[in-house]
Design a protein around this ligand. Structure first.
Ligand SMILES: Cc1cc2nc3c(=O)[nH]c(=O)nc-3n(C[C@H](O)[C@H](O)[C@H](O)COP(=O)(O)OP(=O)(O)OC[C@H]3O[C@@H](n4cnc5c(N)ncnc54)[C@H](O)[C@@H]3O)c2cc1C
Ligand SMILES: *[C@@H]1O[C@H](CO)[C@@H](O)[C@H](O)[C@H]1NC(C)=O
Ligand SMILES: *[C@@H]1O[C@H](CO)[C@@H](O)[C@H](O)[C@H]1NC(C)=O
Ligand SMILES: *[C@@H]1O[C@H](CO)[C@@H](O)[C@H](O)[C@H]1NC(C)=O
Length: 539
């Protein structure tokens, strides 16, 4: 089998463990056995139980376990490389054993929590690998008295919001709008949502963490030290170890908040609206978040004509009357009227933002499968100087010509301007007006369709070059995009890592490399876009 060449060390172990076996090269079954033996010998509590947490490819449940948290259909083709084993630990000790055993048999370990990585980095690979699936770690323990919550890595954001709301109607947490996103990836990579202008990122509220390092040790804030604790608040978890949980500080939210959505097309002067949005959204009251979604659609006014629809979606941490007055002054082109506003409980605004407009109740936030899997690709950019009206006209023309790609503007300002750019690995703070997210999604199968849509989003991204950040052209780590750079040389990847690392982390890349080199010098925790160790000559 092809694995024998890449895994000489494994062959030795297999031979040792299976002296009575006539095999000379490891089969998938023998990897399974070897791994199980290793897990048993490294599990302190009920070692026999580990046979219930390892799925080999031959297991009848393997495919459903693999697919359960694979959230991008682009990576579910039969030709996609599959893990040799999926390990689904139930205890912290089993996570420790999984790390130690994956390392000792020399297989790459991919860590998955919610599986929302836009490039499938948590569940696919180009080399033989094992998935460590954290979905059983879903506890969210809320302590209202002290305004903190301990959140296990496999919990979803919906579970986090729900569990906080269960205990308090006036507390929340600033994180993403999609309730099925997992904590392990989201919090380790930054995490933003519709309270970003008031409270900043999720990582700005992390006060402790528990991680399993490459030696299989469980570390908390105190024992991991300042550097590693800094790194796993935005630098991604997967380069450093396995995040077991984060302890976060809750934030106050009003009992009632206000939301609205207003759509205008080019025929309704959407371009002027967008120009004015740029002057308001990053600078207004920090209780107000005005997301702007721009999509090519068919015109309602001229049959057969394409236009751009601009949708302003808002969350205001306050009442409708105050909001109508504020935007009447600052954003008159929006034409906001009280009838368009919806006042609701904060938790209902979470459901509203999730687009669960199918009559779903708050309980839907607990449903990890409330997600229709489709193929998609995302890219990101940062805008630091306002785009002119002519600029937008030029952009609309291209978007209409391409036809399928949408862009979303996420305004910054407020708290984002106050947090120093090196406080966490996430560097895109003061000086950024808004982030652009490029989106293309499709249901149609087939390589030709995929090729066309991927090409469209790349063309638009390229077309936007004059309007966005340069040197580096920055990107948001949690909007994983392998186009901006990839490890092509396996573990000796410093030069590769620099390419994407500087775009994601700007000047913070250097400190991330330092932390990485100290905590995982042999680079066991590596992936397509992990933080590299120092090149060997420097080490
Ligand atoms: C529909 C959708 C909506 C989104 N909305 C937002 C949003 O509003 N705001 C925002 O900021 N982002 C958003 N994202 C991006 C999201 O934050 C990232 O994809 C995030 O990494 C997902 O975390 P996960 O645990 O679900 O992903 P996974 O695919 O499980 O993991 C992502 C990465 O983190 C690593 N990782 C996961 N768990 C662990 C762990 N326990 N220890 C160490 N490493 C780990 C993985 O190995 C992988 O490299 C969205 C994504 C999707 C698909
Ligand atoms: C599949 O794997 C699970 C988890 O290890 C195990 O409990 C189950 O018995 C296996 N099923 C079969 C048919 O091997
Ligand atoms: C929130 O809204 C409800 C229903 O409209 C109302 O009864 C309640 O008094 C409001 N709470 C506050 C603090 O204004
Ligand atoms: C668009 O702007 C023009 C020029 O300012 C104005 O005359 C027109 O009424 C506006 N159209 C709409 C639908 O607001």
């Amino acid at each position: 089998m092809e694995k024998s060449n890449s895994l000489p060390f494994l062959s030795v172990i297999v031979l040792l463990l299976h002296v009575s076996n006539s095999l000379t090269t490891p089969t998938r079954e023998s990897i399974h056995d070897t791994f199980l033996h290793c897990l048993q010998s490294h599990t302190t509590n009920q070692p026999d139980h580990v046979s219930n947490i390892v799925y080999a490819q031959t297991n009848t449940s393997y495919t459903s376990v693999l697919r359960a948290f694979a959230r991008n259909a682009r990576f579910s083709a039969p030709s996609t490389q599959k893990p040799l084993l999926i390990v689904t630990p139930l205890s912290e000790n089993q996570v420790q054993a999984t790390v130690v055993c994956a390392k000792s048999i020399g297989l790459q370990l991919k860590i998955r929590s919610g599986g929302h990585d836009f490039e499938g980095v948590s569940y696919i690979s180009q080399v033989p690998f094992i998935i460590l699936d954290m979905f059983n770690f879903q506890d969210v323990t809320v302590d209202v008295q002290n305004e903190i919550a301990v959140i296990q890595a496999g919990a979803s954001l919906g579970q986090v919001y729900y569990r906080i709301w269960e205990k308090s109607k006036v507390h929340g947490f600033p994180a993403g709008a999609c309730p099925t996103v997992g904590v392990g990836g989201h919090l380790s990579g930054g995490g933003y949502g519709n309270m970003i202008r008031k409270y900043g990122l999720s990582v700005d509220h992390v006060v402790d963490a528990k991680i399993v390092d490459v030696k299989g040790r469980i570390l908390d804030k105190e024992s991991m030290g300042e550097d590693l604790f800094w790194a796993i608040r935005g630098g991604g978890g997967a380069s450093f170890g396995v995040i077991l949980s984060y302890t976060v500080k809750l934030v106050p939210v009003p009992e009632n908040v206000t939301v609205f959505q207003i759509d205008k097309t080019l025929e309704e002067n959407a371009t002027d609206l967008v120009v004015q949005w740029q002057k308001v959204a990053p600078h207004t009251d920090d209780r107000l978040y005005l997301r702007l979604v721009l999509q090519p659609v068919s015109s309602n006014f001229v049959k057969g004509k394409k236009t751009i629809r601009a949708s302003v979606e808002a969350l205001f941490l306050g009442e409708a009357d105050e909001l109508v007055k504020l935007l009447g002054q600052e954003f008159p082109l929006l034409g906001l009227k009280k009838e368009l506003c919806h006042e609701m409980r904060w938790i209902d605004s979470v459901v509203w933002w999730a687009n669960y407009n199918d009559g779903s109740s708050v309980n839907a936030l607990l449903d990890r499968n409330h997600y229709s899997v489709h193929s998609n690709k995302r890219k990101s950019d940062y805008v630091q100087t306002p785009i002119s009206k002519d600029g937008f006209t030029w952009i609309w023309k291209k978007m209409i010509e391409l036809g399928k790609v949408s862009i979303v503007f996420n305004p910054y300002g407020g708290k984002m301007n106050e947090v120093p750019s090196d406080a966490t690995p996430f560097p895109h703070r003061a000086g950024n007006l808004y982030k652009i997210q490029y989106t293309v999604s499709w249901q149609e199968p087939g390589a030709a369709v995929e090729k066309s849509f991927l090409s469209q989003i790349r063309v638009l991204h390229n077309y936007m070059t004059p309007f966005v950040s340069k040197n580096p052209r920055s990107a948001y780590f949690n909007y994983r995009d392998l186009d901006i750079g990839i490890n092509s040389h396996g573990k000796d990847n410093f030069e590769d890592g620099k390419v994407y690392g500087i775009k994601y982390f700007n000047k913070n890349f250097e400190r991330l490399v330092k932390v990485k080199s100290a905590i995982d010098p042999e680079n066991f925790f590596w992936n397509e876009q992990s933080i590299p160790t120092y090149p060997r000559s420097n080490a």
